[in-house]
Design a protein around this ligand. Structure first.
Ligand SMILES: [Fe+2]
Length: 414
């Protein structure tokens, strides 16, 4: 016989304990999902990358829940806030979806070409519902002797330290921010799209320069962009290739005016060191770029992991001779979650005329212990940090900035 209580609010001790246990389980489940479980997808929020010349092009990407009927972008060198028809430039974009991504979102991009170097542009884009967005701004890179400033950081994720580091980096007013791999930590896993959403939420919230322009992203691939599948490189790193249009490759060169040739490399995540060596040599043989800077994920001169690590060894064997031969002054390294500045190195030995290797990717992740006894390390510490790099015709100056926003190390590259 069932007995119905007339006092539903009053529970027995055992019922109360069971209820408490259920609530605890729900709470723990929410906590175990991390903060990204709460983040709404950053739809209709633009972010910038380059697929071509940073002096004359810009790619604007925004995501929408469904595929828009049209992807259109209006732009001009003058502001026309609220008046889409007033912009002189119009460009149609493209949409694509990532196969297997559960929410079937649309990734929409428009590449603007033929732009004037060193020029501020204003733009608005037509989103999913056909309405135009509010106005945003970007600036092309000047193709002259003006200083180029950029930020390098890596191993970011969506950790509690990231908003402060991103805010501090944006306040440096960099022309671009380069993330040297291990961007969101979704592991190339399509089921982990909320992790990438949380990272994009942090990025789009923070990466506006003090003067109102959006700061472009240069994304370098790391091991945590890649799953362990055996498909194409796009299937192995679906978010890296699918979300950040950079010409469809994980290794590329960008000339930021006459003084900086920036070379992004893939430290064997989707392309082997050997398969990039011939291409790297061609890029370094070309007369472009008074200063050459390379960036990749796995350090040739690690501060935490073993010196004998396979990808570190491959980089020293296949890339380092090219860095030496063609006088690459600065290499940006990541992956070890530390602060590191190497001695100037040439032929694998300290040499004042050699390459400085900076790292080691700790713009959000928990910092790791360092081994300062290694022959190539000038300075290293267990600290979160990012680097600000200023490139002028005469020199490449680097400053390390900590979580407190203060400079704690400085150096110049050759
Ligand atoms: Fe890594």
């Amino acid at each position: 016989m069932k007995v119905r209580s007339n006092h539903p609010i009053i529970c027995s001790k055992s019922t109360f304990a069971a209820l408490l246990a259920v609530l605890c389980c729900i709470g723990l489940a929410i906590l175990s999902q991390g903060c990204h479980a709460q983040a709404a997808p950053p739809f209709n929020r633009p972010y910038l990358t380059w697929q071509g010349d940073p002096c004359t092009t810009m790619t604007v990407t925004f995501q929408t829940a469904a595929v828009p009927k049209t992807v259109a972008l209006r732009y001009d060198t003058a502001s026309h806030a609220g008046k889409p028809d007033a912009y002189s430039g119009k460009v149609a974009g493209v949409s694509h979806q990532i196969e297997g991504l559960a929410d079937k979102r649309s990734i929409n991009s428009a590449e603007l070409t033929g732009l004037k170097p060193g020029t501020r542009y204003y733009f608005a884009f037509q989103g999913e519902n056909g309405e135009f967005s509010r106005e945003y701004q970007f600036e092309t890179i000047a193709n002259d002797e003006r200083m180029i400033r950029f930020v390098d950081g890596g191993d970011v994720g969506e950790f509690p330290s990231v908003p402060g580091l991103f805010k501090s980096a944006a306040a440096q007013n960099p022309a671009f921010v380069e993330i040297g791999g291990d961007i969101a930590y979704e592991g190339g896993n399509l089921d982990e799209y909320a992790t990438v959403d949380a990272w994009l939420d942090l990025w789009t919230n923070a990466m506006t320069a003090p003067d109102g322009r959006l700061i472009p992203l240069v994304a370098v691939i790391g091991n945590h962009e890649v799953n362990h599948g055996s498909g194409t490189k796009e299937q192995r790193a679906p978010f890296y290739y699918g979300y950040y249009p950079q010409g469809g490759k994980s290794y590329f060169v960008r000339d930021f005016g006459p003084n900086l040739r920036f070379i992004a490399l893939d430290s064997d995540h989707t392309v082997s060191h050997a398969d990039q060596a011939g291409w790297l040599k061609e890029q370094l043989q070309a007369p472009a770029g008074k200063h050459r800077v390379a960036s990749y994920h796995v350090p040739l001169f690690p501060s935490h992991r073993e010196f004998s690590g396979g990808d570190s060894e491959a980089g020293r064997r296949l890339w380092m001779p090219l860095f030496d031969e063609f006088h690459v002054g600065l290499c940006l390294e990541h992956h070890d979650h530390t602060f590191k500045r190497s001695k100037a190195m040439r032929g694998g030995e300290p040499d004042p005329a050699g390459t400085v290797y900076l790292g080691d990717g700790c713009m959000g992740q928990d910092p790791r212990e360092v081994d300062t006894s290694r022959f190539y390390i000038e300075k290293a510490a267990q600290l979160r940090n990012y680097w600000v790099v200023d490139v002028t015709p005469d020199k490449v100056s680097c400053r390390a900035i900590g979580e407190d926003g203060k400079v704690f190390d400085e150096c110049s590259a050759n």
